[in-house]
Each structure stands twice: as structure tokens, then as C-alpha cells.
Design a protein around this ligand. Sequence first.
Ligand SMILES: [Zn+2]
Length: 402
Amino acid sequence: MTSTATGPDAGHDAGTPDPRTMARLAEILAFDTVSRNSNLACIDWARAHMEAHGASCRLDFNADRTKANLLATFGEGPGGIVLSGHVDVVPVDGQPWTVDPFALTVKDARAYGRGACDMKGFDAVVMGHVPDYAAAAAGGEPIHVAFTYDEEQGCLGIPKLIEAMAAWGVKPRGALIGEPTSMRLVSAHKGGYVWRCRVTGKAAHSSLTHEAVNAIEYAARIIARIQDISDRERTAGLRVAGFDVPFTTISTNLFSGGNGPNIVPALAEFMFDYRYVPGFEPATIIDDLRALAAELEPRMKAIEPSAGIAFLPVNHIPALNAGPQDDVYRLVHGLLPDKTVEKVAYGTEASFFERYGVPSVVCGPGSIAQAHKADEFVALDQLAACDRMIDGLLGALARKAV
Ligand SMILES: [Zn+2]
């Protein structure tokens, strides 16, 4: 790959994607990779194409070997850039689709299909450029492609891939995650933490409260503290400019407990989540709640020794916080015509790479507004803009050889 002018897409206008991208998009949309299904057919397809163009591929399977993460490497040596996308998509059940969600439909300068926007459009651009990677990697550092499973389940696949990469000794110097950002650079997002709290008390007839430990009442004390923390962060917490909601939020979102109106409840469970700004230490919240639980438990255990309050982590997506100090930020930002840099509320796999020590940014075709909907689409000019970004990236990497 030398320059766009002599590349395989030469001669196409600015709004028209590389024909290779469109061909790969038609293929990848046809795999029904809704997260509940196996992704192995799709991964095999990607692997075969990349191996045919000189990649060495490594797979990291889930526990029952129904899904895999794929890491393909072109070229050799340390560092390099990883282009990363998830291949799973959200379900179409109950949505009023007017086109086949698992086939490519092109009309009105848009490409329709489940995942066209989130994020098989980017995956297709990455796959479309596979024939160019080996030459660009000859510039001196490898080009990696990562495809993951279960992103739509709460980024469940990527931590496994990062673990595997650490075991394989693969640590790129930068990561580009092509979630739909309308081809703007997203440098930061909030972290998200979901917890389940289980309060175990002791049941009794409601006329015998002195013999009981009321799980709902103790749960309520924890929940009241969660509301206090929410108020504190809103009024006096860390502010990070650039976010729509520039502070950390926390709320209790699900509750169950109790058996009847005249029975003191022995069990209460609730779930809460917090979305924290980069720079906020997420452990402070759970530490605060655990300290409150430790204050409450002696009174509970005085009546019933097995009573107590437990906090169980359900899911955690770290915060992302890239900046101009990062090579990959400058590299990608330099390639984009639209210089807007955004901070967003949704989580991505980028922050898992960052936590691994790989600076990461998010930039990809399509608008998040079109993700997950019926008749999901990506505009063709967005795919074309992503083609140009990847062409530019490969050109920059290839020039390192000179
Ligand atoms: Zn996505």
C-alpha cells in the first residue's frame, strides 16, 4: 500500500466505498452472529481470508468453545497497531424490519442490515483492506486485526482476548476500535460498574419483629446511601468537561424482596450501577457501601448469625481516557477531515485495551443513533470515509519503512 491515488479504490468518488469493503460487508452481514449464537462460522470466514493474505491467526475460545475471539497479525515484531471490532450483533426479535436483516440491501446511498452500523460496517472495511496489510507491515511494525464476541452482552469477550494477548506476548502500541462515531474521534468514555447487593435477614411473623432481621429495611439503608452518593457526585463530585453529563452517576435500578404483607422478609436483592468519569476511582463507591454494611451487620448478626450483606460484581467496563499524548490519538486524528473530538456516555472495548497499557481511540462509520434499530443502516459515504482513514493509516505505517 503506497497511497490512496494508486490504491485499489482509485477512481471512486468520495461517497462511494471501496468495492472490496462492499463485498466483505455483504458476506459478514449474512452471518447471524446475534450474541446468543455461535460466531465460529464468521470467525472462520475472517481467518481464512486473512491467512490467505499472509496473516498468522490466533483464536481464543469461550469455555464451551462455541465462540472465539480472533487475533490476526500481519508482519512481525513488537508494537504495531490493532484494528478491533466485535462481530456479534443485537437481536432482531420483535423489530419491524422491512429488509432481510441478515443480508446486504443497498438503497438510497445506505447499506442496510443488522450490524451494518454497529459494527460490521467497520469490520467490513477492515476485511476489505486485508490484501494491503502485509505490504504496510513491511514498514517495520505489525498490523493486528482483533475480532471479538459478546460485546453486546456487556463486553464479555474482550477481557478474555486481552488475557490471551498477554499470554501470547502481544502488546500493540495503539488500538483503533471502529464503533460507530460518525467518523469522529472519540477519545474518552465513562466507565460502568454494575453490582448486585444481597441482604440476608431472618424471617418471622410480622408480630414478632424482635426475633426477625428485616432484609428489606437493611437494604433500604444501603439504597439511601446510594442516593446520597448520587447527590454528592452531582453537586460536588469530580467534573470532566466534554461529557453531556460531566459527573459520575449512580442509581438503584432493580429490587426484589419479601414474601407477603405479614411476614418479615428474610431476603432482599437489588442491583445498582454507576457510570463514572475518567479520573474517578470506582472502588471508592463500593468501599463506602461496604463500610456502611460493616456498621449494620453486628445488629443483624446479634439476632441471626448467618444474616449479612453481600456485594457481588456483575459487570465492569473501565473508563477510557485517551489524549494527544498518545501516538494512536495523533495518528488517527491527523487522518480525519472532521477534527471534532468527542467524549461519549456509552462504553466500548477501547478501555480494556487502555487498561492493558495499549492507548486506544474509537472511530468508525455510522451513527450510534442507527445502532440496534430495525432497518439498521450505515451511510455509504461513511464507509467511504472509513476506507480513506484505513488507507491513510496504512500509508503512514508503510512510510515508516522509508
Ligand atoms: Zn458496537
